[in-house]
Structure formats: C-alpha cells, structure tokens
Design a protein around this ligand. Structure first.
Ligand code: PLP
Ligand code: 3DJ
Length: 385
C-alpha cells in the first residue's frame, strides 16, 4: 500500500498483491514473449479459466466444476439470466431490487427487450422484494450485499422462499466474494455471478465469474454460444454443440494476462478462514461506527448494525457526501461516494488495521466539524468517483 494511505475502497478495486508484478512480468516476457502461440499449450493458457475457477469455488461454497471465470459481471449476468429465462415455463417476471447495482437491472432490461414474449422486469424497493415472490415470478435476481448500504440479504431464506414459489434465483456476489464465506451449494442457489476486482483483488477489469448449480448444467444451452464453449472448438464445425460441463459457459478467448493476475491474487485466499476474516471486518466496522457515533453523532449510518445483516462495508449518509469524500481522498483516506448521498468504506482486514480506522474516523470528524468539504475545489463532480 502506498505509504501513509488508508485504503477503504477494496469494495471497488482491491489493492495490488505483492506477488502479482513478478508473475505478470514473467507472463509477459517469457510466456507471451518467448512462447508466443505455443503458450496456449506450453504455459497452460487453455486450462487457465478452469484453474482459476477451481481456486474460486471453495471461496463461494460452490461444487467442483460449477464455476466459469471470464468476461465481466454484466456479461455473466446476461449468460445466466438468459439461461434461467429458458427454464421458466410459462412464468414471465424477473423480480429484483430497484436499489440493485444498475448494470444488473440494465442487463435484465436489455434481455427482456431481446426475448420479448411477455418477459418483464419488476424492480421493487429493497424491503418489498421478498413479499413479492409469487407464482408469476420466473427469476429472483438479487445482490447479496447491497453496493450502497452494505446491507446483506439472507441467501438461504430468500432462495428457499423463491424455490417454494417455483422460481429460480440468481445471486450477484460482487460484494461478498472474498469478503465473507458464501455457501452457494448449501443454500441451494441456482445461479450466481460476481466481480474479480473487488475483495478478491484480481486487478482493474479482472475477469468476473458465474456459477451454475450442477443440477442445471447438463440441460443448459448457452445463449452466448461461442466457440470456446463448443464441445470441440478446434474441430471448427459449422454448427454449435455445447461442451458438456461448465466449459459451455465460456464464449470467446479467455483474457490470459488478467487471469494470471487474478490467479496469483487468489493464492492469497488459499488457507484463509473467511469466517474469521469477516468477523474481524465486522469488529473493525463496529469500531468505525462507534467512533463516528461518538465524534459526529449527527452523521447518519446507512449500514445495519446487526452483524447478520452486514457485509464488509460501512456507509454513512451526508447531503454533501460527494464533497466530503473528495476532502477525505485529498487527505489520503480513500473511500468512495455513491449517489445520491452515500459515503462508502470497504473494511478489509487483510490490509486495514485498528489504527487505520481510528485515523480515518479522526480525519472524517475534522472534515465534518470544520466543514473542510465546503470549498470550490471539492464541488466539481468527476465522471468516475
Ligand atoms: C453488485 C454489482 N454487480 C455488477 C457490477 C458490474 O460489474 P462489471 O463491471 O464487471 O460488469 C458491479 C460493479 O461494477 C457491482 O457492484
Ligand atoms: N467497476 C468499476 C469501474 O470500472 C470504475 C469505477 C468503479 C467501479 C466499480 O466497481 C463500482 C462498483 N461496482 C460499485 O460497487 O459501485
């Protein structure tokens, strides 16, 4: 971590693991530079997506051979949602949370406009979703940990309720994977997707992942039926025949350099106790919440205090949240702002200490108390915040 920086934004972009630069240098100069096209076999590039998938599976409680790695979360959502719609019989509703990450809602909108046939998206306020799971719902599409508030849904009970109503469930694990123990198989989830660049520290634009429950995998025919998901890609047949396992969910050529960075980052999670990691994150989150309640009692907490309802993030609401965050960043405390009024802090104990939380709290207190945010410098909103 750069000297003096308090990085509370690992829920947007995880930091660079020390092990990644030498591995990338080797991948570029030796594998790509010397092996050239032979690298696909010599350096194991063809197998890399499944190697990385096998590293991820235990972190999200997925069965061996149930995860595919590649593309972005948005593209992976398109893949699993289109698969789920094909399995929906006469049901036509996709149910989601209007506060869900917008890309998830946009992808659903795009997909229903493509397939027609009466499919539609119903996005309800967060607390109204579960009660709306009924006989007309084909797919419940939710994010386990809310990107704004850090509120966590109960994956097990929502999945049970959806199944009891005859619906399928897709979980977005972008703010869960690498932050807390996810139990996809135990919860009987149908499908899932998630980001590689957040808590998993896979690097900017790291490949994302998708999960298909083994009970659905064999009958599933991918909509993005690309050659890398073909049963025999190098037979160059003129018609698509899906590969037998989760490999069918690959569409095109995998991003090898990004996969090497991601795989190297995932090695750090190999013997990590995610239960303990999350417990420590909750402890540090409690400390942050208590410090801010003591220092700035008027600052509204947006994250639930209840540990069962919390991911690895603490958020507050402030009418001038954007400016407050700019003032924090200028003082080397990095969090982020999410419209309309959320200041958001990822609490990742792999590199955040008790002292960091105290220093971040003191800096935030000073900015609020002395209105240090209230200057012209902080009022210009940038495109990426
Ligand atoms: C919950 C959630 N879903 C989906 C995405 C979109 O991911 P991607 O940019 O990989 O498509 C993000 C963040 O960008 C996210 O936070
Ligand atoms: N993916 C991002 C990007 O390319 C630029 C800036 C931010 C992001 C993010 O990851 C946003 C993130 N999904 C969020 O939770 O808000």
């Amino acid at each position: 971590m750069p000297e003096g920086l308090i990085y509370l934004d690992g829920n947007s972009l995880g930091p660079l693991p020390k092990t990644v630069p030498p591995r990338m240098a080797d991948a570029v100069s030796r594998q790509w530079g010397n092996s050239l096209v032979k690298g696909w076999n010599e350096a194991g590039w063809f197998k890399l997506p499944s190697v990385v998938a096998a590293q991820l599976e235990p972190l999200i409680g997925a069965e061996p051979g149930s995860v595919a790695v590649g593309d972005s979360t948005s593209i992976n959502l398109f893949k699993v949602l289109s698969a789920a719609l094909k399995m929906s019989g006469s049901r036509r509703r996709i149910l989601s949370d209007s506060g869900n990450f917008p890309s998830d809602l946009y992808i659903a909108e795009g997909l229903v406009s493509l397939v027609g046939s009466g499919f539609h998206l119903m996005a309800l306020p967060s607390d109204k979703v579960e009660a709306a799971i009924g006989a007309d719902v084909a797919v419940v599409m939710l994010t386990e940990v809310d990107y704004r508030t850090g509120q966590r849904r109960n994956m097990r009970s929502v999945t049970q309720a959806a199944h009891a109503a005859g619906a399928l469930v897709i979980w977005d694990l972008s703010h869960s994977a690498g932050a807390l123990p996810v139990r996809l198989a135990d919860c009987n989830a149908d499908f899932a997707v998630g980001c590689g660049y957040k808590f998993l520290n896979g690097g900017p634009g790291a490949p994302a992942f998708l999960y298909v429950a083994p009970r659905h995998a064999e009958s599933l025919v991918p909509t993005l039926s690309g050659w890398m998901g073909h049963s025999a890609p190098f037979a160059f047949e003129s018609s698509y025949r899906p590969a037998s396992g989760i490999e069918k969910m690959q569409a095109g050529t995998p991003p090898i350099l990004s996969l090497i960075a991601f795989s190297t980052a995932l090695e750090l999670f190999k013997d990590l106790d995610l239960e303990a990691l999350h417990a420590r994150s909750l402890q540090l989150g409690d400390l942050f919440i208590a410090e801010m309640a003591r220092r700035c009692p008027y600052l509204e907490l947006a994250t639930p205090r209840d540990h069962r309802l919390r991911g690895s993030q603490v958020s507050f609401r402030h009418a001038n949240g954007y400016e407050v965050m700019q003032a924090l960043i200028a003082r080397d405390v990095i969090g982020d702002f999410r419209s309309p009024d959320i200041i958001r802090f990822g609490i990742t104990p792999l590199y955040i200490s008790h002292d960091d939380i105290i220093r971040a709290s003191a800096t935030l207190e000073q900015i609020l108390r002395d209105r240090l945010w209230d200057t012209d410098t902080y009022r210009v909103r940038a495109a990426v915040t």
